[in-house]
Design a protein around this ligand. Structure first.
Ligand SMILES: Nc1nc2c(ncn2[C@@H]2O[C@H](COP(=O)(O)OP(=O)(O)O)[C@@H](O)[C@H]2O)c(=O)[nH]1
Ligand SMILES: [Mg+2]
Length: 368
């Protein structure tokens, strides 16, 4: 049960071209959309035709769709929502995998190997990378030499780095929507790479089915230092760079992790997270990782938790989005700024308690 053809016998459903009828369009299916798309004065995009190009498998259309999603321009944002509305169908028939680890753990190298293996099995693989540190340094992170060159040339792979700007929350919203668009374009497996810096891990855990953590050996000390919280998010620990002089150490580290994982809260109910040693230098262990993912999928789909998690992720996202929108609206309201400044002064000078200031602030809009 490892190849796509076998695996999907029951699951695969035709990806229908979801073009609305009755939409008036002069689009000829090729150049018109492209030319109009990002011109400053552009006011309209032929959304149904654009959507059809994407669901039809055009990589160029997909890339442009993602650019639309990432744009901060108000019109583009609106068009991006129309595009998503037109293309996205939940629950998607995909496997979403989060891959985390400190900079230098070998995530990109691992993903290139793992991705190549999956494409050889006939899967279409999309790789999305969230790297919040790149927004600070403006460049790539320490040790990140690989550009996934082999994978990026493969016709069944699509690689998209994170946008280089924007708030952490914004990056995640875009990554999630980008993931949806990749699925609409027919990508079966979505690999989301994220750097181990806490906040972004939680966000990625909240948008994937399976979450793995890449760690290194010499872990006697690492295990002490590693936050319990992040280990409790993982469905699998990969002890990476298990090669050369490191090999024996890696095997020992795997045993240590297995022992510790046993005492931790599982990331996914009824799934005992395991640990495996992998080397992307000698290409060993990737098959076993994939077997873990497939076992996980099989068990979770049988128990119903697969869909349950996706639903609760959607609910969670919706709630977060409401909060973000309300905050945005509140702080951008013109007269609120003055009121807030005034109340803040009063609080700092000791004339008002925070609670009293809140009561004053919200006294006139009881509905909130
Ligand atoms: N020995 C060994 N080195 C590796 C392995 N995987 C990656 N590396 C090296 O580790 C460094 C960091 O890899 P990279 O994929 O950029 O790490 P990332 O920051 O986690 O994405 C690079 O110099 C890689 O060549 C591995 O399996 N074994
Ligand atoms: Mg990397």
């Amino acid at each position: 049960m490892k190849d796509k053809s076998e695996h999907n016998q029951e699951q695969e459903h035709a990806k229908t071209m979801h073009v609305k009828e009755g939409v008036k369009t002069s689009h000829d299916g090729t150049g018109a959309v492209k030319q109009r798309r990002f011109k400053k004065k552009a006011t309209s995009i032929d959304i149904p035709a654009f959507a059809a190009e994407i669901t039809g498998g055009s990589r160029r259309a997909l890339a442009k769709g993602i650019t639309l999603i990432e744009s901060t321009n108000a019109l583009h944002r609106k068009q991006a929502q129309q595009l998503l509305q037109e293309t996205v169908k939940e629950p998607a028939n995909s496997i979403r995998i989060g891959i985390s680890g400190v900079p230098g753990a070998g995530k990109s190298t691992f993903i290139e190997q793992f991705g190549m293996m999956l494409t050889q099995k006939g899967w279409k693989v999309a790789v999305l990378a969230i790297d919040p540190s790149s927004t600070v340094t403006g460049g790539s992170v320490l040790g990140d030499k690989t550009r996934m060159e082999e994978l990026s040339r493969h016709p069944n792979a699509f690689i998209r780095p994170s946008p280089a700007s924007g708030t952490l929350g914004g990056v995640h919203r875009k990554t999630r929507e980008t993931m949806y668009l990749c699925e609409a374009a027919g990508y079966d497996i979505i690999l989301v790479e994220t750097v181990g810096v806490g906040q972004s891990e939680v966000a990625v855990r909240n948008m994937v089915d399976f979450f793995m953590l890449l760690v290194l050996t010499g872990a006697g000390d690492d295990l002490q230092g590693m936050k319990k919280g992040i280990m409790e998010m993982a469905d699998l620990i990969v002890v990476h760079k298990a090669d050369g002089e490191n090999l024996r150490n890696a095997k020992r580290t795997v045993r240590e992790y297995k022992r510790i994982l046993h005492f931790l809260q599982p990331a996914t109910p009824a799934w005992q997270a395991g640990a495996l040693s992998v080397s992307s230098l000698t290409s060993t262990g990737h098959e076993q990782v994939w077997e873990q993912v497939l076992d996980f999928q099989k068990e979770m789909q049988a128990s119903g938790y697969w869909l349950e998690r996706r639903e609760s992720q959607l609910q969670h996202w919706f709630n977060e989005a409401i909060e973000a929108r309300l905050l945005d609206r509140f702080f951008n309201q013109k007269d609120n700024k003055q009121r807030l400044d005034y109340l803040e002064e009063q609080i700092l000078s000791g004339d008002l308690t925070v609670g009293a200031a809140l009561d004053q602030l919200f006294s006139k809009d009881e509905g909130m």
